[in-house]
Design a binder for this molecule. Structure first.
Ligand code: GLN
Length: 410
């Protein structure tokens, strides 16, 4: 840029929000655009490339035909709120009030953002496990929260899982802590938090009078006999837990944008106000179809998990054969990998941004799109030896990735 261009850019920036200047566009969503541009196999953004269940699509068609085409009640169509109550009680044994404790939003992304805007005041801190789903960074900036990151350590072998240091977690809490952001089953690590871990977190929330905002969107995608335990079910946490969830991953409809927040009446009243003025409401006919989807029999959820288990095995094998160190997920549909075993010419792949140059190389030259590890860390160098793959894809997509990744050795 010439000096005068720099001046113009600076002047333009003064017209913009300093908050919006602090973060970039989503790298995950950018990778999908790059995959399209380079005709690469897209194992970056976590959306299924297979069909959604026929009954659920039919329910949406029917809702439009039945003229459910005007605004639903701002905090959510009654049939969907009732279905959420019924399902949450059936799966987690926790009874909530559909009139005072549920807000339906435009995807769990909006549910999370509305929640943050509803509970954060200047000076408030949030505790966030790292690596974390990239949205939580901008969520913190836009709501004005100061994040305190606590590292999770990768497993040392096949049989161990990602773990955190209890002392480090305890040290991240303090008098300014408003909430801890939890995501279980976890994106990107696949960690499923155990009851013991949840109880340890509970004790800290109680001690410091903090909320637990828990993103449970992958609740049904579990492997190896692991169990999803909602924080709302842990003794003493019912009144300080805000559960974020949605239809996207469970019913393979990420484009419908139907999510929700389950929270005690006081935070719900605040979340509903924020949500109302952000979006008014989620698509009414899709909420109607959601009420039917949530009544799916247990066999639907069992099959969802077993189909994903096959895809997990398939991608784990493909990646190991291609030379990645893989961290086996216990839930969700991502595989975090370590890329240190590859030999990189250091000029083309500088060490502290190796994940980005490697992801660029993969999408442009090998034809496979992934997410650079730095997208999941506060300091990008911390993720520079990792990249994330997703396996919510058809067998033919995984087979195409296998063929292309074999070129890494060529
Ligand atoms: N959760 C998905 C992922 O991590 C993406 C969600 C989104 O892009 N809104 O890839």
């Amino acid at each position: 840029m010439t000096p005068s261009e720099t001046g113009i850019a600076q002047a333009a920036r003064r017209m913009l929000s300093a908050k919006a200047e602090q973060f970039t566009e989503s790298v995950i969503r950018e990778m999908t655009r790059l995959a399209l541009k380079h005709k690469a196999v897209n194992l970056s953004q976590g959306f299924p490339d297979f069909a959604a269940p026929a009954e659920i699509k039919e329910a949406a068609r029917q809702a439009v035909a039945d003229d459910i085409n005007q605004y639903a009640i701002t905090w959510g169509a009654k049939p969907l709120r009732d279905a959420i109550v019924e399902k949450f009680e059936r799966t987690q044994g926790v009874r909530v009030d559909p009139e005072r404790e549920i807000t339906i939003c435009c995807g769990s992304t909006e549910a999370m953002m509305s929640t943050m805007l509803a509970i954060i005041n200047p000076g408030d801190e949030i505790v966030v496990f790292e690596p974390f789903y990239e949205n939580y960074g901008p969520d913190a900036i836009l709501s004005g929260a100061t994040p305190r990151f606590v590292k999770m350590r990768p497993p040392e072998n096949e049989n161990s899982v990602w773990s955190f240091d209890e002392k480090e977690l305890a040290a991240a809490f303090g008098p300014h802590t408003k909430a801890i952001i939890l995501n279980t089953p976890n994106n990107p690590t696949g960690k499923v938090f155990t009851r013991d871990e949840l109880e340890f977190i509970r004790d800290l929330c109680v001690r410091w009078n903090a909320f637990c905002v828990t993103d449970e969107i992958y609740e049904h995608i579990l492997y190896d006999g692991t169990e999803h335990i909602s924080m709302a079910r842990i003794d003493g946490m019912r009144d300080r837990t805000i559960v974020i969830n949605g239809m996207s991953k469970t019913y393979s409809v990420t484009g419908w944008r139907v999510g929700w927040a389950i929270a005690p009446p006081e935070p719900t009243a605040s979340i509903r106000k924020v949500h109302d003025f952000l979006t008014v409401g989620a698509a009414a006919p899709l909420q109607q179809a959601g009420a039917i989807a949530l009544k799916s029999p247990q066999s639907y959820y069992d099959k969802l998990a077993s189909d994903y288990s096959v895809r997990r095995e398939r991608l784990l094998k493909i990646l190991s054969a291609a030379g990645f160190t893989v961290f086996k997920p216990r839930g969700a549909y991502y595989i975090m990998t370590d890329i240190s075993r590859f030999e990189f010419p250091s000029q083309q792949f500088p060490a502290d941004t190796r994940d980005v140059s490697f992801a660029k190389y993969l999408v442009e030259k090998i034809g496979v799109a992934v997410v650079p590890g730095s997208s999941f860390y506060n300091n990008s160098a911390d993720g520079s030896s990792q990249v994330r793959f997703t396996f919510c894809k058809k067998e033919s997509t995984l087979a195409a990735a296998e063929e292309r990744l074999a070129r890494l050795h060529a």
